[in-house]
Design a protein around this ligand. Structure first.
Ligand code: GLN
Length: 586
């Protein structure tokens, strides 16, 4: 705490004498970093993170250093204990932070590694405040939402600006204007903009334009009310982005402009898009990037040559989207089959690999609760490959094992991710090594052949939340294996983890003797991290989550391998395009 105090140059007048309270990190220069605040009105789920990441990308292309941050209203300390069915997938950063899936969007769009500094929840903010209070840091004052809680938020943003040396911090506020839980974030933004001075910040409000079927025309009233609510908080938006199923009409944009004091050209239309990778071009077309630069008066920091190069690279990528001439279907098994958000990174990783290979990857969701050895063929005979993704608990596990068995025996390309890796080990132990009772102690605590068991380091930890093996770790790759070839003959690769269980080292030898190859393991520890099956067209598993580090311009090799194998299966007679060979050799 004293260290933290040292970092605070001016906890300006922490006394009963003054109403000003705004902790600022030591060395912080007001006005150096600019802030773009992105808020949503009318409803949640407008794609604030997507919008914000695309805009940040356009600025980054210009050589401007950006740092995104997501502010969540909930009281959880991180997203680790959240149900993906309700909140979308839990994204894991390299430093082990379990956070909202939007951080994944930022990492992919910006091709930038983020850290815990890029994510805050009300839980973190309040926990820090309460610690400081117990420590006596408020010197006799009553600790208030304003200025103390808002002060803590501003401190977090300024710390991020300092740590990253960013030109622009993009602040995305979770939820919708008017929500009780994010009201203090919005107040903190207002204060920050006031304290930083003119041209320091720019507020972007995303809103939604209704188009009731019975009327057949767009209506702007809900949007107007939403913006009005923001203005009641003392915030004048600089830009309004109108989300809608189809492009917002000029009339609707004019209405919104008149009611919100936002110039017409800054009320932009942002209709639904087939791929989020088309949005940067949409924003660029309406000149939003330069508009933001003007509003923030940072035109002098723009590097046009950098922009030309970065944009050409991006266009090469997006051009590939229009040259897709193959297709393949990948089955994904999982409990949360109805919610695409629960598997956002996997869907993205498949899209990246598909675009690189010119293949439209369709997904077939397979609920494994009813899958058995007998009916697996019925579920899987129309897919070209299968992924068993990460998961927890027992429901559907036997069905997943039946899918693995089918894939192994029928040369169906297979990629097991974390839980899917563990299911592959269980299947192999049962059906190839003859350990009929093999299982994971997560599924069957007293199982007689616990081929998957809790990690020794995890046995000591009690309670839920933050107790998994988390974050980026090195994986040692065995030479001359498929993994080694896929990773460009690298001896080691870094991937991100989120698990509590592992292959019980006592079984490794037996599994290997029967033909399973552990081609990746933790350095200096018998933790198996990648498995493969020689002789099978593509049978691969990893204890890590390779989808978390796939990027549009850098597709993840394990996903490339899966899509390539699925294409080979789909087009067996065709002289397969050179692209697959190139990728395989890469
Ligand atoms: N439930 C498994 C474990 O804890 C797998 C976790 C996962 O798939 N992320 O090891």
């Amino acid at each position: 705490m004293t260290k933290e105090k040292d970092l605070l140059a001016s906890v300006s007048d922490v006394s009963t004498e003054s109403e000003f309270f705004s902790p600022v990190p030591k060395g912080y220069k007001k006005g150096k970093c600019r802030y773009v605040f992105v808020v949503g009105t009318v409803m949640s789920g407008l794609g604030k993170g997507i919008f914000s990441s695309c805009l940040a990308k356009l600025m980054q292309d210009k050589g401007i250093k950006v740092a995104p941050i997501k502010l969540e209203g909930y009281l959880n300390i991180d997203s680790g204990t959240l149900n993906p069915f309700r909140h979308g997938e839990v994204f894991v950063l390299d430093d082990g932070m379990e956070c909202d899936m939007d951080l994944g969007t930022y990492e992919r769009m910006l091709d930038q590694e983020l850290s815990r500094a890029n994510f805050a929840t009300s839980g973190q903010i309040f926990s820090s405040i309460l610690n400081k209070e117990r420590h006596g840091d408020y010197l006799g004052r009553d600790v208030q939402m304003i200025p103390h809680v808002t002060g803590e938020v501003k401190l977090k943003l300024r710390q991020l600006a300092m740590e990253t040396d960013a030109d622009i911090v993009f602040v995305e506020i979770g939820g919708t204007v008017g929500d009780l839980e994010n009201a203090y974030y919005i107040e903190a933004m207002r204060e920050l903009a006031y304290e930083e001075g003119s041209n320091s910040s720019c507020f972007v409000a995303l809103t939604y334009i209704l188009e009731p079927k019975t009327l057949g025309e767009q209506k702007s009233k809900a949007a107007q009310l939403g913006i009005k609510q923001l203005m009641q908080c003392g915030i004048q938006p600089s830009i309004i982005a109108c989300r809608a199923a189809s492009p917002a009409t000029e009339k609707v944009r004019q209405k919104i402009s008149v009611y919100s004091n936002v110039p017409f050209e800054r009320v932009i239309s942002l209709p639904d898009s087939a791929s989020i990778y088309m949005i940067p071009a949409m924003l660029r077309e309406v000149g939003l990037d330069f508009e933001v630069a003007r509003l923030l008066k940072i035109e002098d920091r723009i590097n046009l040559r950098n922009e030309r190069k970065a944009w050409a690279r991006w266009c090469d990528f997006s051009d590939k989207m229009s040259k897709i001439d193959r297709k393949a279907t990948i089955g994904i098994t999982g409990k949360y089959t109805s919610v695409r958000d629960s598997y956002a990174s996997i869907i993205n990783a498949l899209e990246h690999a598909g675009i690189a290979l010119g293949c439209d990857v369709k997904i077939k969701w397979i609920d494994t609760t009813d899958v058995t050895d007998e009916n697996a063929a019925g579920h899987l005979n129309d897919v070209d490959g299968i992924i068993v993704p990460g998961g927890f608990g027992t429901r559907g596990a036997e069905g997943k094992i039946a899918c693995v068995k089918y894939a192994r025996e029928n040369n169906l390309p297979y990629l097991g991710i974390c839980f899917g890796f563990q299911m592959a080990v269980i299947e192999f132990a049962r059906n190839v090594c003859g350990l009929a009772k093999a299982n994971s102690t997560e599924i069957e605590p007293d199982c007689p052949e616990p081929v998957i068991d809790i990690l020794p380091e995890q046995k000591k930890i009690e309670g839920l939340g933050g107790n998994m093996r988390l974050g980026g770790r090195e994986i040692e790759i065995k030479s001359n294996t498929l993994a080694w070839k896929l990773f460009g003959k690298a001896d080691s690769v870094r991937m991100r983890f989120r698990h509590r269980y592992e292959v019980d080292p006592r079984y490794i030898e037996r599994l290997e003797e029967a033909g399973l190859v552990f081609s990746g393991k933790a350095p200096n520890q018998p933790i198996m991290q990648i498995l493969e099956l020689p002789g099978h067209p593509y049978f691969f598993g990893t204890q890590a989550h390779p989808c978390l580090t796939s990027r549009p311009l850098k597709p993840q090799p394990m996903f490339l391998g899966l899509v390539a194998a699925a294409m080979k299966k789909r087009y067996p007679k065709e002289n397969l395009p050179e692209r697959i060979e190139t990728i395989k050799k890469a």
